[in-house]
Design a protein. Structure first.
Length: 187
């Protein structure tokens, strides 16, 4: 049955608009109802690698530095030797150390220029984080108390165990000046 049959042939304009709206709503709701009754979409299979453990990752420094504006930039390299895929996310912890392993000055500041992202490393793959070593000569002697560091203590992002990377460089023994700046891990 239609409106003309129900009203004896004449349909006022207001009712025609109302009827058209009802038909439109029904046309929209029927497919929506059918979709809703189809159930939830099938889950998408995702494989997320577990976090890399310090014991399965070799940490080393690419000593081919590149200097600019009182800084020398190096790449800390993280090679997955664990035998299975793992993931790194965020900033490594880095500090200069003395020959006896004591921290020299402040730990590396984080360069917030890039947003961290998950880096999945297959077995044997390498990720990196850019490390800037500031020329400590820019700090006053009383502010820095310059010494020669024996190397770097490096913590993988989110890990409590560190690795030592031998690499002598000029460092500040006094806390305060940020003579090391590190970026988030990237592939």
């Amino acid at each position: 049955m239609n409106l003309r049959m129900l009203t004896g042939g004449r349909v006022p304009a207001g009712r025609r608009i109302l009827a058209a709206g009802a038909v439109t709503c029904a046309a929209v709701l029927v497919p929506a109802n059918a979709l809703a009754s189809a159930g939830p979409p099938a889950p998408v299979a995702r494989t997320v690698a577990p976090p890399c453990a310090s014991s399965g990752v070799d940490v080393w420094l690419d000593t081919q530095g590149n200097g600019a504006a009182g800084r020398i930039y190096y790449h800390l390299e993280f090679t997955n030797l664990s035998g299975s895929a793992c993931a790194l996310f965020g900033f490594p912890g880095v500090s200069g150390i003395s020959l006896n392993g004591a921290q020299l000055g402040s730990a590396a500041a984080w360069d917030q220029g890039r947003t961290p992202r998950v880096v999945t490393l297959a077995s044997g793959a390498t990720a990196r984080a850019r490390l800037a070593i500031v020329d400590v000569g820019v700090f006053s002697p009383s502010q820095c108390q310059q010494v020669t560091a024996a190397g770097l203590r490096v913590f993988l992002p989110g890990q409590g165990r560190s690795r030592v990377v031998p690499f002598p460089f000029a460092a500040c023994s006094k806390s305060g000046p940020n003579y090391l700046v590190v970026r988030a891990v990237r592939k």
